[in-house]
Structures are given as C-alpha cells and as structure tokens.
Design a protein around this ligand. Structure first.
Ligand SMILES: [Zn+2]
Ligand SMILES: [Zn+2]
Length: 331
C-alpha cells in the first residue's frame, strides 16, 4: 500500500496536469477530502481555493534530487492532509498552546542570544502561537556520547537527550524544542542527525553544529560570528529552517514529497540550504488547521524579520504572494 502511494505521489508529480479540472492532480490527491467535496473540487469554499490551490508558479513541484539526496535514499510516500488528520497528531489545545525553546549545552557553549532572540521571534510568527525561551540546561557527561570517526566531532545521543527532557516539559507546553551547538546522532549506526523528535511529539532537539562554518575544525563547535561565512544571516536562516521543520514534525507533519517545501527531508547541508523557508499548500493547510492562523497576516509578519536579515528574495516572494491574494479578494 505504501509503495502504491509513493508511485501515485511520484506519478502525480511527473504527469502532465489533469485537464478535467483546474486543480492540479497533486493537490487533488494530497489536499482535498473527496468525501466532503465530491465534485472534483469545484464545490470547495472560495477561501480554501484562494489560499491552498495557488497557480502553478507559486510553488515548485518536488524535484527528484541527486543521488545522495533524501528522496533518493529514503523511500517515503508522503502524507496527504487526510492521512495527517487521521494520524491523531496532537494539536495546540486548552492550556497546552505554548512552544518552548530550551538551549542545551553539553561540551560546548550555549546558543548565543543574538541567534536565539531572532529565531524565537520567527517561530512565534511561523506558528502563530506563543513561544517562550527556557533557561539553558547544562549537561555534564551524563548523556551517552562519542567522537564521530568521520567528522572528528563530539556527539551526543539525541534519543537519550529526549528522555532527559521529558520531565522538563511545562504544563502549558504544546512542545519543547531543544537547541544546541553540539553535534547529534540518533543511533550508533547513523553518522549524524540534524534533529530528532520523540514519538509523543512533545519533545524535540536540533543542532546548529553542522551549520557553522568551523564545524569539524575542533571537536566541539565554536560560534565565531566574524569568521562565519555569510555572517549571522546564514546561521539565522539555517536555524529557522531547522527549527520550524523539526517543530513541524511535532505537529505530526511528515516529510513532504509533493512540493519543494520546508518539510522536505534533508540528507546533507546543501540540501537543507536548498529547502525553501516556506510551506507548500499541503503542509501550510496542515499547520493552519492546527494553529488556526490568518495566512495573510502571518505572511505579513514574516516580512520585517526576513528583511532585517537581508533576505530580499524571500521577502519579495511574500510581498508578491500577498499582492496576488489581495487581488483574489477583489474578484
Ligand atoms: Zn524531518
Ligand atoms: Zn509541503
């Protein structure tokens, strides 16, 4: 069944557009509940069409990628909106509506405030629910660790860190996301992992170690803003992408195979850097269903943060997308 879904998903991406309807096949497959809207999407509410059935130029279909890219190595079938809904993922509800970020330090410095403050601001806009930063949790050597043979870096067992984090989850937390500059591994057989979340979906950890330009020069990664390629902007963008991707998993979102999307899986730094900062219509619909945000307001709030860091292409995309949504309002 999973194989069939994958074939369907890939087929949808490579086939020419369906002619019976103006709704791309990929979205009819991944986004529309045909039980609720049996008329091939022609009976969808106007706002749904406006926000989630964009013209083809706005979102690029998922590329097959190169040999060592995620899609070539991990056979994932993707997750439609209905599959996500039926997965029973927890949503921000009642008292549990706050995302907590917790800086974690092992054998290296904690995440500097100049990175932590802006990524907190970006997370609050991205998810549109409250985001708070907890006090740094410092570990001694109690977490299983190793020196990675390939990178010669100090790594900690991310799964064990998640176990230790469990009792730290505040009563009003939707989730707690640990951020560290320490390199991570998920199991002995894996080389490394950028991030990991627990199955309950309320604890996650992600690492910025491999995003720093001096990674691998010493066993513990050191943040040196003056020697950072692309300066703090590059680190900020990488940190935001990883954080929002990992927290996205906590909302039950699986890797996206439909579009070039923030929720695409990533096997290496070049692939992570190539991921968009934004969600495709399928993933956006899942998150919007979870957090009940105003899509235009959310896009609007992202612009000044991205402009502060000089991301002109991203802010231009947001502005033109907003302008297009504005014209649809008048139609
Ligand atoms: Zn992921
Ligand atoms: Zn997506």
């Amino acid at each position: 069944m999973a194989k069939r879904s994958l074939e369907q998903a890939i087929g949808i991406i490579t086939e020419s557009e369906e002619t019976r309807s103006s709704i791309p096949r990929v979205l009819r497959y991944a986004l529309i509940n045909t039980e609720s809207y049996p008329n091939k999407g022609k009976d969808l509410p106007d706002d749904f069409v406006k926000y989630f059935i964009p013209e083809s130029e706005w979102f690029e279909k998922k590329k097959r990628g190169k040999k060592n890219d995620w899609m070539q190595c991990q056979k994932e079938s993707g997750q439609t909106f209905i599959q996500w809904q039926r997965s029973g993922s927890s949503l921000p509800f009642g008292r549990r509506t706050t995302i907590y970020l917790i800086p974690l330090a092992f054998n290296e410095d904690s995440i500097p405030k100049e990175i932590l403050d802006p990524i907190k601001a970006f997370a609050a806009v991205f998810f549109q629910i409250p985001v708070k930063v907890m006090r740094t949790k410092k570990f001694n050597k109690e977490v299983p660790n190793r020196i990675n043979e390939n990178s010669n870096t100090y790594q900690v067992d991310a799964g064990k860190v998640l176990e230790i984090m469990k009792p730290l989850v505040p009563s009003d937390a939707f989730c707690v996301a640990g951020i560290t500059m320490c390199d991570l591994y998920p199991t002995e057989s894996w080389n490394f992992v950028f991030g990991l979340a627990n199955l309950a979906g309320n604890c996650g950890i992600y690492s910025l170690a491999r995003y720093l330009s001096n990674f691998g020069k010493t066993q513990t990664t050191v943040y040196e803003p003056t020697s950072e390629e692309g300066g703090i902007s590059t680190i900020f963008k990488r940190a935001c992408k990883t954080m929002c991707h990992e927290i996205g998993h906590m909302f039950g979102l699986k890797h996206c195979v439909f579009y070039e999307c923030l929720m695409n899986g990533s096997n290496h730094l070049e692939e992570s850097d190539g991921r968009p900062l934004f969600l495709c219509p399928v993933c956006l619909r899942k998150l919007q269903y979870s957090c009940k945000f105003d899509i235009e307001e959310r896009y609007r709030q992202m612009i000044p943060i991205l402009e502060d860091f000089g991301f002109k292409d991203d802010s231009k995309w947001l502005k033109t997308r907003l302008a297009r949504l504005e014209t649809l309002k008048k139609d």
